[in-house]
Design a protein around this ligand. Structure first.
Ligand SMILES: Cc1cc2nc3c(=O)[nH]c(=O)nc-3n(C[C@H](O)[C@H](O)[C@H](O)COP(=O)(O)OP(=O)(O)OC[C@H]3O[C@@H](n4cnc5c(N)ncnc54)[C@H](O)[C@@H]3O)c2cc1C
Length: 385
């Protein structure tokens, strides 16, 4: 077993860290308050120029083919500085991977270079609906064939980057008579298509610079060639691609958790109470020891899931375990780090208040912690049945 990074993986991790330190960290707190989309998106463009929007995309389509381990490392480094930027990068990479996995040659050539180069500032993954969250197979959006077009009708909610994405990957029901989950198809839809409107932009608890919006399809006509993969087989695509996305979200959670602990570790060496640094107290030391151990275990689970995916081995259970563990432990790390700062942890002048808000969603999006447990248990029981 070799846990050492390759030269390329270490280089990408280092590039992400340098970019995060120089471009993201100085503006993360400001973006949380101002939600300055020009600044936010200019950083996304710079990340695309550096190759971070197509980390696992083949070079022939404009990607850097660095693999899933490098993707995980990069997302963690970006999230240490700015979770909003990290989630946008993670979702955009996931959208590119859906296209690479199930798109035909023409779709790959048409869309992947635009995503990888930053011509499209982001890609959006449109699955969730009002009545279909943890149970996306219950979606109501339809795509009805009409000659050489489909007519898309329905609404997606909570869509990351909905306001500025250049392209949407959209799931819709194409056979309403089929058993649940069997009559759903996957489409690639350009944001400028008539009939698409962007609805409410949510006012969120954290990750505030990343817009989360409704995307409405009002008799939106798309060419039949927008179908990705086989008709009525799209749900399996969503399930498979979400597993990859979970490595991204787990990696993001890890980054936020590490940022919180690194800040608290420094703080406790400087803060004096009872005539000494609070780092001398065992109660503080145990928090440090436990939370860093949790985060290191999360890192190893993420690396394992990423390595399995990279080697084209089954990785769904490993990705769910990694996402579940990383998200829960990163939340705990932010909670304890804030506690170690005492009152300062609750004050906006210090970063813990923002980090604790930014990390909270990681146990919810791309499948809640409860749903990760459903997936893991289903797999475990399948192994004995
Ligand atoms: C900031 C943000 C960004 C997002 N980005 C995207 C995006 O880009 N694209 C997209 O498609 N979606 C996106 N989502 C949607 C997100 O993936 C869903 O919110 C999430 O999957 C949960 O669905 P829900 O909100 O409908 O909760 P529900 O499904 O209503 O769940 C409510 C509660 O019930 C629990 N629950 C549900 N079913 C079970 C069960 N079987 N067993 C035990 N407990 C259960 C859940 O764990 C949860 O605690 C985003 C959401 C947010 C908030």
């Amino acid at each position: 077993m070799n846990l050492a990074l390759t030269e390329e993986q270490a280089m990408i991790q280092d590039m992400a860290k340098k970019f995060a330190d120089s471009e993201l960290a100085p503006v993360a707190a400001e973006l949380d308050i101002s939600n300055d989309q020009t600044l936010f998106q200019s950083n996304l463009s710079k990340l695309a120029e550096l190759g971070f929007m197509g980390l696992n995309v083949k070079a022939q389509y404009g990607g850097v083919e660095a693999g899933t381990v490098a993707f995980s490392l990069a997302i963690t480094e970006l999230a240490r500085a700015c979770a909003s930027t990290a989630v946008t990068t993670s979702v955009t990479n996931m959208v590119a991977e859906v296209i690479q996995a199930v798109g035909n040659e023409q779709q790959k050539q048409q869309y992947l270079p635009k995503i990888c180069s930053g011509e499209y500032k982001a890609g959006s993954f449109c699955l969730t609906e009002v009545s279909a969250g943890s149970d996306p197979a219950g979606m109501k959006t339809t795509a009805v064939k009409d000659g050489d077009e489909y007519i898309l009708t329905g609404s997606k909610i909570f869509i990351t980057s909905g306001t500025f994405a250049g392209v949407f990957v959209v799931w819709a029901v194409t056979d309403s008579d089929a058993p649940k989950g069997k009559g759903i198809s996957c489409f690639i839809v350009e944001a400028a298509t008539p009939g698409i409107t962007i609805g409410k932009c949510e006012d969120k608890m954290g990750q505030k610079a990343s817009p989360t919006t409704e995307v409405n399809f009002n008799n939106c006509r798309i060419p039949a060639s927008a179908l990705m993969g086989e008709e009525n087989r799209g749900f399996a695509v969503a399930v498979g691609e979400l597993a990859g996305g979970r490595i991204g979200i787990g990696s993001l959670a890890l980054g936020v958790g590490l940022a919180a602990m690194d800040y608290a570790r420094q703080f406790v060496t400087e803060r004096q109470q009872f005539g000494q640094a609070i780092a001398n107290f065992q109660g503080i030391q145990w928090k440090l020891a436990e939370r860093y151990t949790d985060l290191e275990a999360a890192r190893l689970l993420l690396m394992q899931a990423a390595d399995l995916k990279e080697r084209n081995l089954p990785f769904g259970k490993a990705a769910s375990m990694a996402k579940l563990f990383a998200a829960e432990k990163a939340n705990k790390a932010c909670y304890d780090a804030l506690q170690m700062l005492g009152g300062a942890g609750y004050i906006k002048e210090y970063p813990l208040e923002r980090l604790a808000r930014d990390v909270r969603i990681t146990t919810i999006y791309e499948g809640t912690s409860e749903i990760q447990k459903v997936i893991i248990a289903r797999d475990l029981l399948k192994e004995v049945s």
